[in-house]
Design a protein around this ligand. Structure first.
Ligand code: PMT
Length: 413
């Protein structure tokens, strides 16, 4: 049975030639047991008569923000909230720009900011419009806001030009919506090539182990979950990812190059070997110190009492990457700050000292199970200020960070 069975899809039809494909989309959704409520923009009505959608969907078609009858039958808030999926197809440059800017001057754009769902945009436009800098900015903004994108693909346009901008076919839209409902992939990363296509990323994860002797070591409670989730999210967004990991019990995410290390010095060497990169994310809990006088043999209990361990400072990998000369430094250096007090102030100190672009600050205080747990509560600290995120499963925090990274890289271009 299709994941769409029993679902209600709010289909916002924009004004483009590809609107005709949405008639078939309504049919395909109905075949899978989904109900479609159609909202048309004024421009969409220039291409298709509302009656065609009403006949195929068996539902009233909505197009007027100020219709008294519609508001008494079903208010626009209810229209947007009572749907399981909000799909914009064809998503024109105009609708995308309105959504990115939060405009609400007709029913379609009002619904997009009134909804409690993450809208899914199915773009269709001329190749020049799709490649235009303003459209790229708007798409990046919507992706960063958590919206999904299905397509566009390359192909011949109704205007005779060839290139990216062509709307994907109704059956591909249906398959994309089913994938979203299965939640096997984050919505925003379903855009085909992905926003980080062509970018190289290095992510460090897990603890390091600093030997005391061949069988003992100093380490910490990092499980690697947060770093591995970040590597997975960046790879899903299209990046070529090298994950430099300390000893953990996790398997490498699909499509990620894994470099296993034990000590901080090995981690530094592995990071240097993986450079150059566009993005560096230091999620590893690197031991600040190592034992200077680590024994080559197992230390024995004896009359001399407990051994005296002499500690020396480990290299700071994040700081080394942050201070690389401009030609070799990743465009975006993302550090972490694991703090038990003064979260933002300490993170800001690390931002400056280690020359990062962003610091992901997490409070790892005693009653907080971030080390080893499945959730994280993050504050993003950068030169602009501090942005507190809600508590999220580490996978979702990673996806949100991947979107932020894509946006920041886009802004640096
Ligand atoms: O692995 P999990 O169980 O999922 O837990 C996730 C986490 C708590 C480990 C993660 O969210 C986190 O906070 N990672 C950073 C832990 C840490 O070592 O923080 P710090 O404040 O001590 O270090 C600041 C930054 O400098 C970090 O980016 C760290 O990777 C880096 N660093 C620190 C020391 C050092 N010698 N080299 C470094 O690169």
């Amino acid at each position: 049975m299709s994941k769409l069975s029993g679902k209600t899809v709010l289909l916002i039809v924009g004004g483009g030639v590809a609107a005709y494909k949405c008639l078939d989309l309504v049919r395909r959704l109905a075949e899978r047991g989904a109900k479609t409520r159609v909202v048309m923009t004024a421009a969409a009505r220039q291409f298709i008569a509302p009656l065609a959608f009403a006949s195929l969907s068996g539902e009233k078609v909505y197009d007027d923000l100020f219709s008294l009858t519609d508001e008494t039958e079903m208010g626009h808030i209810e229209l947007s909230r009572s749907s399981d999926l909000v799909v914009v197809a064809p998503a024109t440059a105009d609708l995308i720009a309105k959504a990115a800017g939060g405009l609400a001057n007709d029913l379609a754009s009002t619904l997009l900011i009134a909804t409690d769902k993450q809208p899914i945009f199915v773009p269709a436009m001329n190749v020049r419009m799709w490649l235009n800098a303003a459209t790229a900015r708007n798409v990046a903004q919507l992706r960063a806001d958590g919206c999904g994108f299905l397509g566009p693909v390359e192909g011949e346009m109704a205007c005779g030009e060839f290139g990216p901008g062509r709307m994907i076919e109704p059956l591909e839209i249906v398959a994309g919506l089913e994938r979203i409902l299965e939640q096997t992939q984050p919505q925003a990363l379903l855009a085909g090539p992905g926003p980080l296509k062509g970018k190289r990323a290095i992510v460090t994860a897990g603890p390091t182990q600093e030997p005391i002797d061949p069988v003992r070591y100093i380490s910490n409670k990092s499980s690697g979950k947060q770093g591995y989730a970040i590597a997975a999210a960046l790879a899903q967004a299209g990046a070529d990812v090298t994950l430099v990991s300390g000893p953990v019990g996790l398997t490498a995410p699909a499509g990620v190059r894994l470099s296993k290390v034990e000590t901080a010095r090995e981690m530094l060497a592995a990071v240097e070997a993986a450079l150059p990169a566009d993005v560096y994310v230091g999620a590893a809990a690197v031991a600040d110190w190592r034992v200077e006088n680590a024994g080559a043999r197992k230390t024995k209990k004896g009359a001399k009492g407990p051994p005296q361990l002499s500690l020396v400072e480990n290299p700071d990998i994040l700081s080394a990457v942050g201070h690389l000369p401009a030609k070799r430094r990743p465009a975006l250096v993302v550090g972490f700050a694991a703090e038990t007090e003064n979260l933002v102030a300490n993170a800001r100190g690390k931002l400056q000292r280690k020359k990062c672009d962003l610091v992901v600050a997490n409070d790892v205080g005693a009653d907080n199970a971030i080390f080893g747990g499945d959730h994280n509560t993050i504050v993003i600290v950068d030169a602009r200020g501090a942005d507190a995120w809600p508590a999220l499963p580490k996978r979702e925090a990673a996806q949100r960070l991947a979107r932020l990274i894509a946006t920041r890289l886009e802004q640096k271009r």
